[in-house]
Design a protein around this ligand. Structure first.
Ligand code: AFP
Length: 284
């Protein structure tokens, strides 16, 4: 990952954290491309990141979850897709939220993903990064003396957390059985409704399963490939876990349009094996 990215994202993190602390989470009259009603704070966070990334010489283009199209410059070599403020519907309840980034070369396709990062705005400000060039993650916590690098988290072969997304009423029977069997095996429910804190928790606690399946209501799930799914897939793989759509490795999926979503499962190897067995003979 180019070296300018880390300080740039760290600067954005501090600005957005300040925004979250000082701005009311009120809705605008607009919706984004995925149909979510936008908050004023979503748009402001988007502007902070857009200006910071377009100011980097190495960036050739950006694509925000909040905008329908990508923006390109004439020079630079990297493309960055990002969700400026993921979990905006839980901001009003003062739960943790995050920003997610995927860094691509050539095109916005998983096969060109070279790095990813997320920032978590919680009681602490933290950032986790992955790069295809390294076998471990990078982990930073903001403290009294600024950003401090910490030992990166890793995933054990098996964990204890079950974070099942989507509306249960619309889950397919095989998915219901999978989730139920994990609870029966002693897994604990940990789900806030924010992808960043929910996946961060599994990572920090060393393992488990986060799922957002295709449902009868939303056959392709809810989470967007470019802005949420691919970046976390790289992070989970580099942490020693796996990330699949039920059958296929998420990082092998193509995209046909910038805002498309996919069913997704992130976790430790044991839990992902269970997902694979569940979906082996099923449609996603
Ligand atoms: P919002 O940005 O609309 O709050 O959505 C957050 C999110 O995309 C992701 O962060 C969560 O994992 C997922 O939605 C939760 O969705 P469900 O409420 O349907 O489980």
């Amino acid at each position: 990952m180019p070296k300018d990215f880390i300080p740039t994202l760290q600067k954005c993190a501090l600005q957005i954290q300040e925004l979250i602390k000082t701005t009311q989470a009120s809705y605008l009259e607009t919706t984004n491309t995925s149909g979510d009603t936008q908050l004023g704070i979503d748009v402001q966070a988007d502007n902070i990141i857009e200006n910071a990334l377009l100011g980097l010489e190495c960036v050739r283009g950006i694509c925000s979850e909040e905008k329908p199209e990508a923006i390109f410059k004439d020079s630079g070599s990297y493309l960055v897709a990002y969700d400026p403020l993921d979990g905006s519907s839980i901001i009003d309840s003062n739960l943790s939220v995050g920003s997610i980034f995927g860094i691509y070369q050539k095109e916005f396709q998983a096969k060109y993903l070279v790095g990813s990062a997320y920032i978590i705005y919680g009681p602490r400000l933290e950032m986790v990064l992955a790069s295809t060039a390294s076998d471990s993650l990078e982990y930073f916590i903001h403290g009294k003396n600024g950003w401090e690098e910490k030992t990166p988290p890793t995933l054990k072969a098996q964990g204890k957390i079950n974070a099942p997304g989507g509306t249960q009423k619309y889950w397919k029977p095989e998915h219901k059985n999978l989730i139920e069997s994990l609870f029966m095996a002693g897994y604990r429910l940990r789900y806030s409704g924010g992808m960043v804190p929910d996946l961060h928790q599994i990572l920090i606690k060393g393992g488990g399963l986060f799922s957002y399946p295709g449902t009868t209501e939303s056959p392709n799930g809810k989470l967007r490939k470019l802005f949420e799914v691919f970046p976390f897939a790289l992070i989970y793989e580099k942490a020693g876990g796996e990330a699949i759509d039920g059958k296929t490795r998420l990082l092998e999926l193509p995209i046909d349009n910038l805002h498309e979503s996919t069913p997704c499962f992130f976790g430790s190897k044991t839990e992902i094996e269970q997902v694979r067995k569940t979906y082996a003979n099923q449609n996603l």
